[in-house]
Ligand binder design. Structure first.
Ligand code: FES
Ligand code: FE
Length: 423
């Protein structure tokens, strides 16, 4: 490793630069796996995905295969998906409901609560062999905040709630839109790969500076559909939006909703027939939360990054998105739509329409973003000749930073750098 720093962070001179090597060097990815993914709280899933005893989902989290499930007592568990015999994954299904898992290789059986309950040819083991010594292994740490479950493998710096710091307030704003306080992941998952380093999607997920250039087609389409998308430029909240650091690497863009939200504001795209229902949703929010809080929930959008790789986009629908490095220049993205439990069929249809047509991999926004990120990755092959990226927007300002500044990006990178360089 060269001694060049990963970042240059000169607050006096308002200079922030990122060493492009951190987006292309496979050794840095290895270091991230050990220093970030092995140590941080990492999102695993939402409680609604495993609503009933026996429900399970298998996924890859922090580079390990995991069974995220609800055991027969109703407790949420996360097992390492590996057989205690000779390591095969014991569950190959993506999701389902089971009372036991049978290893495909030699047929060892595990109960949903992790106990080893059947070993074919049991009599061939000596008296020292005890089933009780070979349960499925739980991940070292598992905890949740308002329905969002996280796991951690190493010694974490702080308990989950404390670690989430200011991100809790923004998760609360998302969950508070549900009349029952319960949100659910809606069936159906978006999965796609992007030929770019995973950290580029962290940046992109809340980089509002790119909106006008990258998404010009979308903005034209909205204008043509009669939606006022004239975003006041260069103004602070409440005229437009701000970028905010939330502690521990988490950050958010907190925006005035200017393109309608089906929980709050009708726009022509939703159709005349949606008007009455959106007004009723708004009235419920006001009755339950009071005018000020309802306004906060309904009239602002937020794109939240929970360090390192969970994004919650709460705009015209709620998208929960996580992404993992496949290699230094490729990531795998998984995204789910989240909505209030028990919402009407028509409200859900509007939500899913937005999830698909705006945030989806074939929607109006995401293909533009994917193209942009792949262009960045292609440009990074020049990193020996052009080694630094510039990320100092807004550093010269006191107080609030615009959503189009880069404070929130710097927040991520500063925390990333601290973890990557700590003694
Ligand atoms: Fe699972 Fe052999 S590896 S039963
Ligand atoms: Fe975008």
């Amino acid at each position: 490793m060269t001694s060049e720093p990963y970042i240059i962070d000169d607050r006096d001179r308002h200079v922030f630069r990122l060493n492009r090597r951190v987006l292309v060097d496979p050794d840095i990815l290895e270091r991230e796996r050990r220093r970030i993914f092995d140590r941080a709280w990492i999102y695993v899933g939402h409680e609604s995905e495993i609503a009933k005893p026996g429900d399970f989902r298998t996924r890859h989290v922090a580079g390990r295969p995991i069974i995220f499930c609800r055991d027969s007592h109703g407790s949420v568990r996360a097992y390492l998906n590996t057989c205690r015999h000779r390591a095969a994954m014991v569950c190959r299904e993506r999701q389902g409901n089971a009372s036991r898992f049978t290893c495909v290789y030699h047929g060892w059986n595990y109960a949903i609560d992790g106990r080893l309950i059947r070993v074919p040819g049991r009599e061939s083991y000596g008296p020292a062999f005890r089933e009780a010594d070979f349960p499925l292994v739980d991940v070292p740490r598992l905890d949740s905040y308002r329905g969002f479950w996280f796991l951690a493998f190493g010694a974490v710096a702080s308990p989950l709630a404390e670690n989430l710091a200011g991100a809790r307030e923004y998760i609360d704003l998302v969950v508070d839109q549900s009349p029952t306080g319960e949100m659910e992941i809606i069936a159906g998952t978006q999965e796609y790969d992007i030929r770019a380093n995973w950290k580029l999607l962290v940046e992109n997920s809340f980089d509002d500076y790119h909106l006008a250039a990258t998404h010009s087609t979308y903005l034209e389409y909205m204008r043509d559909s009669g939606v006022n998308v004239t975003v006041p430029r260069g103004l602070l909240m409440p005229a437009h939006g701000i970028g905010k650091s939330l502690g521990n690497g988490h950050a958010v863009v907190d925006n005035i909703n200017f393109r309608g939200r089906p929980v709050a504001a009708w726009i022509p795209l939703y159709g005349e027939e949606a008007k009455a229902e959106i007004a009723a949703i708004r009235a419920e929010l006001v009755a339950r939360l009071g005018e000020a809080r309802a306004k906060r929930v309904a009239d602002t959008n937020r794109n939240l990054v929970v360090f390192p790789n969970l994004v919650i986009n709460d705009g015209s629908s709620v998208t929960v998105r996580t992404f993992v490095p496949v290699s230094v220049d490729r990531m795998r993205v998984t995204a789910w739509a989240l909505g209030p439990k028990g919402e009407s069929e028509s409200a859900r249809a509007r939500r899913l329409d937005s999830f698909l047509t705006f945030y989806g991999p074939g929607g109006l926004a995401t293909p533009d973003d994917v193209e942009a990120l792949e262009m960045v990755q292609a440009g990074l092959s020049t990193c020996h000749e052009v080694p630094w990226s510039e990320m100092s927007r807004g550093m010269n300002k006191e107080g609030d930073q615009l959503n189009t500044d880069e404070l929130h990006l710097r927040t991520f990178w500063r925390h990333w750098n601290a973890l990557m360089t700590a003694a």
